[in-house]
Design a protein around this ligand. Structure first.
Ligand SMILES: O=P(O)(O)OC[C@H]1O[C@H](OP(=O)(O)OP(=O)(O)O)[C@H](O)[C@@H]1O
Ligand SMILES: O=c1cc[nH]c(=O)[nH]1
Ligand SMILES: [Mg+2]
Length: 211
């Protein structure tokens, strides 16, 4: 497993506005998309490509095309859905699959309530979208699920991570072909397993509070 923090003033600025508790949902959604596009630039650095011959108005030349099958993008519902548009803007030919997962806020157990993915992911490059890596439980379940289906490598794009969650993933996935791309590694988890300083509940801030 490899971890990359995108160190760029545009990312730092947008993240600061996102963290602000006074930022309303419409702005939060737009900034989330913009941040994902910036992170996706780094996250797709190793996307598989092949040479392709094309003709410009001047001459024939060799360019670059995605290798088929194209990458699979998997947002983790609910909060990951807020990242999808920012990713598909950059990789419009990617296929999209969905995983619905929620953590029980009392036990921190992960409940998988929805899954709509190809049955066979053999050899596929997969990009997982989830803004928050807190205890790491959700991402661990998602990554294991994708490898069981045959994915060749998994790149996770997150906005924030807690050191505790990253350490847990490192522990369990040290030899796996996994890359985590982040805007920030925050300070810690609080007693409710929320990221500190964090930005609160990403799903609630994107879509409103649920019961
Ligand atoms: O690292 P973990 O401790 O597993 O926590 C992170 C998860 O918590 C949030 O989802 P949540 O369960 O709140 O669902 P939601 O997106 O529907 O709000 C977040 O989007 C991650 O999926
Ligand atoms: O800080 C956190 C932790 C888990 N899920 C969130 O949305 N925020
Ligand atoms: Mg939530």
């Amino acid at each position: 497993m490899r971890t990359f923090v995108v160190d760029h003033p545009l990312v730092a600025h947008k993240l600061t506005v996102l963290r602000d508790k006074n930022t309303p949902s419409p702005v939060f959604r737009r900034l989330t998309e913009e941040l994902v596009t910036l992170l996706a630039y780094e996250a797709t650095r190793e996307v598989r490509t092949e040479p392709v011959e094309i003709e410009t108005p001047v001459t024939r030349t060799v360019g670059t095309a995605f290798t088929k099958p194209t990458p699979l993008v998997v947002p983790i519902l609910r909060a990951g859905l807020g990242m999808l548009e920012g990713m598909t803007k950059l990789v419009p030919t990617a296929e999209v699959g969905f995983l619905g997962m929620a953590r029980d806020e009392e036990t921190l157990d992960i409940i998988t309530y929805a899954e709509r993915l190809p049955d066979d992911l053999t050899g596929r490059q997969v990009f997982v979208l989830d803004p928050m890596l807190a205890t790491g439980g959700t991402l661990r379940e998602a990554i294991k699920f994708l490898f069981r289906r045959g994915a060749s490598d998994v790149t996770c794009i997150c906005l924030l991570a807690a050191p505790e969650g990253l350490a847990k993933l490192e522990d369990e996935l040290s030899d796996a072909n996994v890359k985590i791309v982040l805007a920030s590694i925050d300070e810690k988890l609080n007693e409710k397993a929320y990221i500190v300083p964090g930005l609160g509940d990403a799903g609630d801030r994107l879509y409103g509070v649920t019961g």
